[in-house]
Design a protein around this ligand. Structure first.
Ligand code: ADP
Ligand code: MG
Length: 699
């Protein structure tokens, strides 16, 4: 939606080449004004300023190369392609074209030269470039190179790099002279002051949009230039303020004060078959303190898989029960929600507390009954999926919401919560996750959340032993091992990965695997659970497995979160190389829940890439969710780790919280200084970098 301030000289449509259609596309990138264009910065640069020798190519690097054509031929492999082999005396390179005309084919004459730009990839027969930009010359070409780095802008369909250059050219001319400096020198951390003083804001912007010739290329590529550092710091600070603001806004909201129900909790804990661990008690106490306030709680409870988060949530929900206020427990999948429902029902029924159930596939009549009880307030507790916060659901007084496995919930869903309560009243929220957020990030970017850690596992758990094996050579041996384990009365999970993001293909693959294993493991009962099953079928499969009636459960990653069958002590994960670290750790957490030594076998398809090898190695070496999260972060960047918060809100224009983490510890002090010396600049700073994205403010 275009912002109202699209008026006067700052309107995008003042730029040549930007009509209403392009403006609408730019709006998708949150670019609404000429000032926004200035802060829409290139996310990388292409270096067409120098020729790279073929002997010095690096995998994945995009470079300009020049070479003499040795041979060009059409080959008929899996796909017809034109291969052109070139050399320059230092090495060889093959250009590969899948789409080509007869004329193109003929233009690659032996002895002629080509100059091309593209990404070099190492293949089995040396380096290749697929569909490079190229030009053929009768002789070795000289010159013709760019003088400066080519900026590449983040973009959206229908806005080409060429158009971006046109738009930014104009914005730099018209807008740059008016750009205001919001940071005063004392706001900057000591260590940045000197170099940042040398580069004015407008110069910094100019040098990122249009790098000078003679600029330090490596510094540009690694964002170390003074221009980068100044803008990165500004952006980080803007996000920091934005989160503070979110927190302040929340503090203006009202939540019901829920005092600790000492007797009820004592009754509840007395009937549990175990004692709470020290960590569970401590976190329960932290929750009690928060709930006993009018300010809406927003607490993240982190605890490794199996640390016992559910009982802590149940404990907290009793605060609402005592106050006759409603509370809900929401899970990202129906399977997990069902399991929570079974757990809470078992725990609460003896206390005389009814637990309601709501999921999208709940039969209409049953649903209607539940909805009525929620509206009247007769039902104080409900468990379910996001169906719990859909429009058709109304509550008498929703006071507390527990969200399990937060990374699956989007900001939108969090926002939907607000519509469930009268204006200005917000339920307390507790978010549980087994994917801990590393400390540096938590401090800077979860400034709006309080964090509790359940940093202790219940006693008697033995760490899962993990082995990594090549599927080609070891699959048969693994099947034998499964047979052995089942014969000894143990239960086994066999996990099939997501295929091509398609639930249908994935379900099919799991079904095929189930058939194959049933045949090979004749005499054993093999169950199957995947996302395409009807809820009843899914529940039946899970219940058979829980009761020990099936020995082996073939499953897709639907069992990733929460499923709890203590007798399962072996897990086989196929195509483990395709999964992320956090996901594998989650999956593995399904075993090792009983007193038996448990094992996890990670099967991979060869050849194994370097990153995948590294991931599997980390899993083999540690069971500690925190270590894994740190490694995960180091390996793939913050984006995925932050999950929905990233896509919903935390998207940076230029900063990268992994790369730039050295700056994070300085943010709090700078923010305090800024609030003192130039508080009037805070809001404009947030607007500049974060914009008025509602989701962010309310997240
Ligand atoms: P997660 O943190 O992964 O959600 P759960 O809440 O599912 O963990 O708990 C895992 C298992 O540990 C459950 O079977 C639960 O009943 C059990 N459990 C939880 N707390 C304790 C405890 N203090 N002592 C023994 N077992 C516990
Ligand atoms: Mg859980």
């Amino acid at each position: 939606m275009p912002k109202a301030k699209q008026i006067g000289g700052n309107a995008l449509t003042n730029l040549a080449g930007v009509g209403p259609a392009v403006a609408a596309k730019l709006a998708r990138l949150h670019v609404h004004t000429i000032s926004d264009v200035l802060f829409h910065l290139p996310h990388r640069y292409e270096d067409r300023t120098a020729v790279t020798e073929l002997g010095a190519l690096l995998d994945g690097h995009s470079v300009v190369v020049v070479g003499e054509i040795e041979v060009a031929q059409v080959v008929f492999g899996r796909r017809r392609s034109l291969l052109v082999k070139i050399s320059d005396g230092t090495g060889f390179l093959t250009l590969r074209l899948f789409h080509f005309s007869r004329a193109q084919e003929k233009s690659f004459r032996r002895g002629h030269w080509v100059r091309c730009f593209g990404a070099a990839r190492r293949g089995i027969k040396g380096y290749e470039m697929v569909h490079p930009e190229y030009r053929v010359f009768p002789e070795r070409p000289v010159g013709g190179l760019d003088k400066t780095l080519t900026p590449i802008y983040p973009t959206t369909e229908g806005v080409s790099q060429l158009l971006w250059r046109k738009i930014t050219d104009q914005a730099l001319k018209q807008g740059l002279p008016n750009v205001s400096e919001f940071l005063q020198i004392e706001v900057l951390p000591e260590k940045l002051r000197k170099s940042l003083q040398e580069v004015e804001l407008s110069d910094a912007l100019l040098s990122l949009h249009r790098p000078n010739s003679g600029i330090d290329l490596a510094a540009m590529a690694e964002a170390r230039s003074a221009a980068h550092q100044r803008l990165i710091f500004e952006e980080l600070l803007a996000h920091h303020f934005s989160l503070r603001k979110a927190r302040e806004l929340r503090n203006n909201d009202q939540a019901p004060k829920l005092a600790k129900p000492t007797d009820l909790i004592a009754q509840f804990e007395a009937q549990l078959p175990f004692q709470l661990t020290g960590a569970q008690q401590r976190v329960s106490e932290e929750l009690s303190v928060d709930l006993d306030k009018n300010i809406p709680m927003m607490r993240l409870v982190q605890g490794d898989v199996g640390s016992g988060k559910t009982v802590v949530a149940a404990n907290a929900m009793l605060h609402a029960v005592e106050a006759k206020v409603q509370s809900v427990l929401m899970a990202p999948t129906e399977l997990l929600a069902e399991q929570h429902y079974a757990t809470l029902t078992a725990w609460f029924t003896t206390l005389g507390i009814e637990v309601g159930w709501l999921a999208s596939k709940t039969p209409a009549a049953e649903k209607r009954a539940t909805l009525e009880k929620l509206a009247s307030g007769e039902l104080l507790i409900a468990v379910g999926t996001h169906a719990l916060i859909q429009e058709s659901v109304s509550y008498r007084q929703l006071g507390f919401v527990v969200i399990d496995e937060q990374h699956r919930f989007g900001v939108d869903q969090r926002l939907a919560l607000r519509d469930k309560t009268p204006a200005g009243v917000v339920p307390h929220q507790m978010v549980m996750t087994a994917t801990p957020i590393p400390r540096t990030l938590a401090m800077s970017f979860y400034a709006d959340l309080d964090v509790s850690n359940i940093d202790e596992l219940p006693p008697g758990r033995t760490p899962v032993e993990t082995v990594v094996m090549a599927a080609d050579s070891k699959r048969q041996a693994v099947i034998e091992r499964v047979r052995e384990a089942c014969k000894q009365g143990k239960q086994v999970y066999w996990v099939c990965p997501l295929i091509d993001e398609s639930e249908a293909l994935t379900a099919q693959a799991a079904t095929d695997t189930e058939r194959e294993l049933s045949e090979q493991l004749f005499g054993l009962n093999v169950g199957l659970v995947h996302g395409r099953l009807k809820p009843k079928e899914k529940e039946a499969a899970m219940s058979d497995f829980r009761k020990g009636q099936t020995h082996l459960l073939v499953a897709t990653t639907v069992i990733e979160v929460g499923v709890d069958v203590p007798n399962a002590s072996l897990m086989v994960i196929e195509n483990a190389e395709r999964m992320g670290l956090a996901q594998l750790h989650q999956l593995r957490g399904r075993v090792g829940r009983g007193s038996e030594q448990s094992y996890c076998i990670l099967l991979y398809q060869t050849p194994l890439g370097e990153h995948a090898k590294q991931r599997l190695k980390i899993l083999r070496e540690t069971n500690d969710g925190f270590v894994i999260a740190e490694q995960d972060l180091a390996m793939r960047g913050a984006g995925e780790l932050l999950g929905t918060r990233q896509t919903g809100s935390l998207s940076f224009k230029i900063a990268d919280i992994i790369r730039d983490q050295a700056l994070l510890p300085d943010l709090a002090a700078s923010a305090t200084t800024m609030s003192r010396v130039c508080p009037q600049n805070i809001e404009p700073l947030i607007q500049r970098w974060v914009g008025s994205r509602e989701a962010y403010v309310n997240a």
